[in-house]
Design a protein around this ligand. Sequence first.
Ligand code: ZN
Length: 122
Amino acid sequence: MLDKATIEEMRAYILGEKDRLESELGSFAKENPQAEGGFESKWENLGNSEEDNAVEVAEYINTIGVERELEARLGEMRQALERVDNGTYGVCANCGQDIPPARLKIKPEAIYCIPCSEKLQR
Ligand SMILES: [Zn+2]
């Protein structure tokens, strides 16, 4: 088990990251529980000329790409928080060994220890 101080440190870090991602997503997307990932990019209406419409489509496609990335990261942070809350954070989901805090600080969403993650990626 990780010591309490480390867990609290990681919880604070994950919460901060989650807030940051939510506000970043909120700046160009609106929350929609029905949408995949929980957010929906806003469509920006720049005008009605053909050129405006082409730019709108290009920007929307770009925005959706960013949205997907942020949502994926946000999902990882939410899952990490759940593991903090249910006491399984920092324990390898494959072998049950502790994940070294040094690894969690680089990769807070890690669910496997390094040997397992290398083994599973092969
Ligand atoms: Zn492991």
